[in-house]
Design a binder for this molecule. Structure first.
Ligand code: NCD
Length: 317
């Protein structure tokens, strides 16, 4: 956070590398701006010229559907010139290093870079290679700040404020960047957070995450206002794939079921996607009116428009 001479808040971030670098004021400010963009999305012509003079590159080294489309659509709705890079069809295949790729791209006068990479710390590394503003779209199992921002925006839509709310995050905690960014952001905004899942899917130093831990789904659902389910991230498990006996057993113990919705009538269901129906939750749960999973996707667009606007140093919406 920074303050003007008059003492009022002024957003002064150059990058979005993770929510660890953002104060509660910074996070609240982004969420406040996102409300304006959410309104823009409901207009007959959901476009604003805010980024008309900006060029943005989306650098995706890892597969993505939602996040990549959401960033690209947000940029186009704001009039930016957009170029897309995916590692599978680029010179990365010919042995070019990340640093050389980004320097070459930067020579084309890019203002902002959105990056997703399987290695934690890549967005931080890029800030040392180029002048452009860097936005982290997910770095390994480290952070996924725009996902947590859109999750918090969605929680605010439901509960009006996050302070004092009870949030349960259920599933593969070890391999999730979504959980890290959410715990950091939610704690800063005053929520209580419980992480719940099998012991084998909890990180070794679980207590350092700053959330309470539960191994009991039933108790967790009885307690929470929001239950956020996470996918089992097989692709990040490396050689160790025997962390639980079977998906069926995982679902039996940690999957959210229609019977839970009847028994505990208050909690809302969230999921960052992609969902594995029948694993994290029963298919009917994902389609029930307690789930706000598609609202999360729409809100993701508004939140990404807001952060792009703020990091472009923009003054016109
Ligand atoms: C998440 C991710 O990529 O970390 N998804 C997303 O951004 N929509 C979660 C996941 O892949 O399970």
């Amino acid at each position: 956070m920074s303050e003007t001479a008059a003492g009022e808040y002024k957003f002064s971030k150059k990058h979005l590398l993770g929510l660890a670098d953002y104060s509660a004021e910074d996070i609240s400010y982004v969420l406040e701006q996102a409300k304006t963009f959410r309104e823009v999305l409901d207009r007959p012509v959901p476009k604003v010229p805010t980024l008309r003079d900006k060029t943005i590159v989306n650098l995706f080294y890892e597969s993505s559907t939602r996040t990549r489309l959401s960033f690209e659509l947000a940029q186009k709705r704001m009039g930016a010139d957009v170029v897309n890079f995916s590692s599978g069809i680029s010179s990365t295949k010919k042995g070019e290093s990340l640093k050389d790729t980004i320097r070459n791209i930067s020579s084309m006068k890019i203002d902002m870079v959105v990056v997703r990479h399987e290695s934690p710390g890549v967005p931080h590394f890029l800030t040392r290679c180029v002048e452009a503003a860097i936005l982290n779209a997910g770095d390994g199992a480290h952070e996924h700040p725009t996902q947590a921002l859109l999750d918090m925006f969605t929680m605010q839509q439901i509960h009006s404020e996050i302070k004092g709310k009870k949030i349960a995050i259920i599933g593969d905690i070890s391999h999730s960047r979504v959980v890290r960014s959410n715990i950091i952001g939610l704690k800063k905004l005053g929520a209580e957070v419980i992480i719940c899942g099998p012991k084998s899917l909890m990180p070794v130093f679980v207590e350092t995450l700053g959330a309470n831990v539960s191994f009991n789904l039933e108790e967790t659902l009885a307690w929470c206002d929001v239950a956020m389910a996470l996918r089992i991230q097989m692709e990040r498990m490396g050689a160790v794939t025997d962390l639980f006996p079977s998906l069926r057993e995982y679902h039996d113990l940690f999957g959210i079921k229609m019977a839970h919705l009847e028994k505990y009538p208050d909690f809302m269901i969230m999921h960052p996607g992609p969902i594995n129906r029948g694993v994290e939750m029963e298919s009917d749960v994902a389609d029930s009116d307690r789930a706000v999973i598609l609202n999360q996707v729409t809100n993701g667009l508004a939140v990404r428009m807001a952060i792009l606007y703020l990091l472009s140093g923009g003054t016109r919406i």
